[in-house]
Design a protein around this ligand. Sequence first.
Ligand code: TXA
Ligand code: MG
Length: 337
Amino acid sequence: MAAILPPETANLHKAVEILKNGGLVALPTETVYGLAANALDEAACRRIFEVKGRPFIDPLISHVLGLEQARSLAETTPEAEELMAAFWPGALTLVLPKKDVVPDIVTAGRSSVALRSPNHPVIRDVLQLAAIPLAAPSANPFGQLSPTRAEHVQNALGDRIPMIIDGGPCQFGIESTIVDMRNPDAPVLLRPGAISREELGQVLNAPLRLPQPRPHAGGSTDAATGAGSQLAPGMLERHYSPRTPLSLFECGTRPPTASGTGTVVLFQRPDQPVTVPAGTETLWLSEDGDTRSAASALFALLHELDSRGLDWIAVEKAPRTGLGPAINDRLVRASAK
Ligand code: TXA
Ligand code: MG
C-alpha cells in the first residue's frame, strides 16, 4: 500500500527520483490529485493508462512550469499566450498543436497536446526539481469519482503506486477548464472546469464555442485534427461515477421520491424552500450557495456518501453561473446509467 507522505523536501526528492526513473507518483494540484509520470517517457506514460485502467484513446494533460516549457512541447500563439499570462499558474488547460518531443501515447495519437501550469506548491516544486514536464490525469481508476484528498487516492490506487504526496484537500475540488486554442479565432470549451466561462470571457477576444456534436454516432477520432474529441473519457456520457445510484433534480425543485430506505438528498445550499419526505437525510454542498465552495466539496462528499452503502443519492443541480456548469457537467455524467 502506497504511503501518504507529507510534502517535506526529502519526500519531494524521493518523488523526483521515482519520476526520473520512469515511475508514477500521486501529487496534489489545486484542482484534483494527479497521477504523474515523465511526459517525455513513453513507457512511464503507458503505465499511467495501465494503473488507471484508462483506454488509450483518452489523451493525458501535460503539466508544465510555465510558458518556456509550454513552448518546448507545443506551437503556441499570441492568443494562447495571453490566456497563459492571465490564468497560469492555474486551472486552465490549453489544447495546442504538439511538437514532436511529445510521445504519441500522451496525446492518444492526436496532433495536439493539452497543457496546464498548475498552481499548487507541491507539484510546482516537483516540476522545478525534476525539470521535466509531467503527464498527469486525475489519480482515480478510470470512470470513477475524482480524488480531492490523499486518502481518496490511497483507497482507490494505493496498491498500484509507490507514493502519494499529501497536499491537503484540493482548493477547487473540480478539474481544470479545457479550451482548444488551435484556432485562435474560434476557441472551443472542451470541458467546463475550475475557471468559469465568465472569467475566460474577460480575457478571450473571440466568443467561446462549444464542441460541435459528431455528425454520426461511433465516428472515429481524427488524429490529424483532434476532431472526435467527444470520445475522450472526460467527455464520455458516464464518468465521475459513484457506485451508489445517483439521480439529479433541477435547482430549486422538489427532489424525486425515494425508492429505497437509505437515501440522502444533497442540496446545493441549506435554506431549502422545498420539503423532503420524513426520515430522509438531507445534506448540502455549500453553506451560502457559492458555486466555488460547492465545487470544492462535491467529490469529497460523494466519496463519503458512496462509502456508506446507501440505496440512492439524489442531488440538486447547481445554478448556471460561476462554477455551476462545471458541477452540473460532473453530476450529469455521474448520474448516467
Ligand atoms: O485539473 C485537471 O485537469 C486534472 C489535474 C490532475 O491537472 N487532470 C485531469 O486529467 O483532469 P484527466 O486525464 O482526468 O482529463 C484529461 C482530459 C481528457 O480526458 C481529454 O478530455 C482532455 O483532457 N484532453 C487531453 N489532451 C487532449 C487533446 N490533445 N485534445 C483534446 N482533449 C484533450
Ligand atoms: Mg479524470
